[in-house]
Design a protein around this ligand. Sequence first.
Ligand SMILES: *Cc1c(COP(=O)(O)O)cnc(C)c1O
Length: 452
Amino acid sequence: MTTLRNLPSVEELLQTKNAAELIAQYGRPLTLSAIRETLGKIRIRFSNGQITALPLHDLILAQTDALLTLWAKPTLRAVVNASGVILHTNLGRAPLSHSAIHAMDLVSRGYSTLEYDLEKGARGSRLIHAEAILQKLTGAESAVVVNNNAAAVMLVLSALANKKRVIISRSELVEIGGGFRIPDVMKQSGAKLVEVGTTNKVHLRDYEEALQEPSALIMRAHRSNFKLIGFTSEPDLKDIATLAHQAGVAIVDDLGSGALYDTEKYGLTHEPTVQEALAAGVDVVCFSGDKLLGGPQAGIIIGKKDLLDKIKKHPLARAVRADKACLAGVTATLLHYLKDEAEREIPILKMMSYTLKQIKGRAEAWRRELGKGEIIEGKSTVGGGSLPDETLPTFLLSLSVESPEKFLQLLRTQNPPIIARTANNKILLDPRTVFPEQEGALLVGLENVLNS
Ligand SMILES: *Cc1c(COP(=O)(O)O)cnc(C)c1O
């Protein structure tokens, strides 16, 4: 009779050629754990009566191999984004320019001047790297880059308004996404939230009344992901800023996306720009590095020197500081704007500026290659919590398939995984967000699924 005693020992399995190959690939300790876990599972299944025969060496090691493959498989993988959402928050927002990638690669590979002053041969500051270029680009007196914009908002409020009143319009008490809520961030920073106006209307006198009591800041938060339409009104930013300054209070603008260019150029509505906020008299502006700017994840804070000095010195600044790769990537991205080459070099801007003819040409080439589908008009979206409801006209390759959900799921199992969307029972693929160098992989993946 077969008993568990017949199961080979770990030592015995380790002597085999198959095990030697696994050790070469995954290292001894991990292979050992995988063999133990595999044997453990076999024992349980045998004792439960789920299996009546014990597997041979080869099969046990094949199971071990499967386990090791699973353990070593990264969960963070590159994908083909055929969804047409340019700043897809779930797909990592902005893809980076070649220069940004190169700059990040260089500082990651070896040592760098992150906190080293080459002239003095002594300790320098990591704060200088992006600062000079931000000053040139925006005219701001001072700047600092942190881990992301949520951290930027938290840091600004903590440094400038702890235990003090911060006045904000009720129409701006927004949730950005992922549970990031402006009122919660204010509470967390120790600022005292003072709401003024109503959800749809806020007047200058609302701010004026709130300023009767000593306050630290007026805060403005970009609504980012929703639109206020109908019976609404808000004072001009410039007037709010003037009022704040008359009362000796600073004004902070959380722009969210922080475009450095006019989005109207791409047929979208106007997104408030960083330059406009400064021109309106805002003292501190913060925005994301990986939304409409098109760089790596970062939070950028710019503005008046005295306020930025306080922000830079606050203990939280250390906790949320940007690392060397981020600083290199942000600086390289900003340089594209300074050199007036952003549209040519920054992928998200390139995607926004494709002509319909270019997009249609690519969709048609895909159809020819596949010998299937039809080209239809559709919409791409900007995404990333910016420009709600705003779309760009596009052309899509539309595929009729038996079960669209099943088809999407199979596309996700391709290597690299392909992310598409469905509408009216059709699979829709938008060339706008697919890099030309990914087209080969996209078509192979599509063929695989179509033929399966
Ligand atoms: C997106 C956004 C944030 C958060 O920025 P992250 O860079 O994602 O941390 C904060 N405020 C506003 C208004 C935003 O749109």
